[in-house]
Design a protein around this ligand. Structure first.
Ligand code: ADP
Length: 291
């Protein structure tokens, strides 16, 4: 059969059916309130395989809440999220390669209807499809780089340790951090820490990578190296949803940009068009302030 997870040639390959353009996640009518604060007010979003979606908009517009809804970290109050069948899991079927999983193989698409009760199992099945890179790297301070990277695969996905270490090492090599594998997080620069954060997400072999302002906590001179890794991943065909204030990055890398304001998508489209000739006043004002 094809390249297995232990084949170092495939470590940066996206998991699953990688036919570009087919729908991976479909979001319809998503609503979310925190108390009286109605944060998401009917969001529609289509994430296609191999695409990069950038979420932009002023602070408090709901970008992070939307992103967190995509992997079950936030629980919407209404709307649906539909995820395509997970081909790799369907193919794996069981523990053949050591990946014993708690859910049944995902031969069917996964539908979460938040106006009804969403079971924990479905929520975890959604979470399992993606991996998140946070604003702060969230690395364990008392574990080495490689220990941080293998934590999820070994503890959650039951990947054999030796195999997880081999994959982690290959991934670190790909982002230029091979020599840091036994360092502790505090021995790394902020940019290096964030690259480890990205590797940690990749090590989970997600179908979808979610980035929550991955460079906003970095010193300006460290932003470039992280964006460069993200651009590489986009070029390699990873499916990505990115909350970002880096409009130049969004313009260069995103296939679709969504401008959120007040919990609604005010405008969406290809970045070149939107940045050159925004259709909505609110978009124009926002872009003018930042560009
Ligand atoms: P953005 O990412 O666009 O800055 P957020 O999604 O983080 O926006 O926040 C949108 C609104 O939701 C803000 O008013 C924020 O205070 C509120 N909010 C976000 N998370 C929580 C939470 N866990 N509890 C209460 N309010 C929240």
């Amino acid at each position: 059969t094809g390249a297995g997870p232990e084949d170092p040639g495939d470590v940066l390959e996206p998991r699953g059916d990688s036919r570009p353009g087919t729908p991976l996640l479909t979001v319809r009518g998503l609503h979310k309130s925190f108390g009286d604060n109605h944060v998401l007010r009917g969001i529609d979003l289509d994430v296609r395989r191999g695409s990069v979606t950038a979420l932009i908009g002023p602070s408090g517009s709901g970008k992070t809440t939307l992103l967190r809804s995509l992997n079950g970290l936030a629980m919407p109050d209404a709307g649906t999220i539909t995820a395509a069948p997970s081909p790799r899991r369907a193919r794996d079927g069981g523990a053949e390669n050591g990946e014993a999983r708690s859910e049944p193989p995902g031969r069917d698409r996964l539908v979460l209807d938040f106006s009804r009760k969403v079971t924990k199992q479905r929520r975890f099945a959604l979470r399992d499809r993606s991996a998140m890179v946070f604003q702060q790297h969230n690395l364990f301070p008392h574990r080495t780089v490689v220990q941080n990277v293998i934590e999820g695969p070994v503890q959650v996905q039951r990947v054999p340790r030796a195999q997880a270490v081999e994959r982690a090492t290959a991934l670190l090599d790909r982002v230029g951090l091979a020599e840091k594998r036994d360092a502790y997080p505090h021995e790394l620069s902020g940019g290096q820490q964030q690259r480890v954060g990205i590797v940690r997400a990749l090590a989970l072999r997600p179908e979808l990578l979610l980035f929550d302002e991955p460079t906003s906590a970095l010193d300006p001179e460290l932003v470039g190296e992280v964006l460069a890794v993200m651009k590489e991943l986009a070029d390699e065909g990873w499916t990505m949803v990115v909350v970002t204030h880096e409009l130049q990055f969004a313009r260069a890398v995103a296939d679709e940009v969504l401008f959120l304001d007040g919990g609604v998508v005010v405008e969406r489209g290809a970045p070149d068009r939107m940045f050159r000739e925004p259709r909505e006043d609110r978009t124009r004002q926002f872009l003018h302030r930042l560009l």
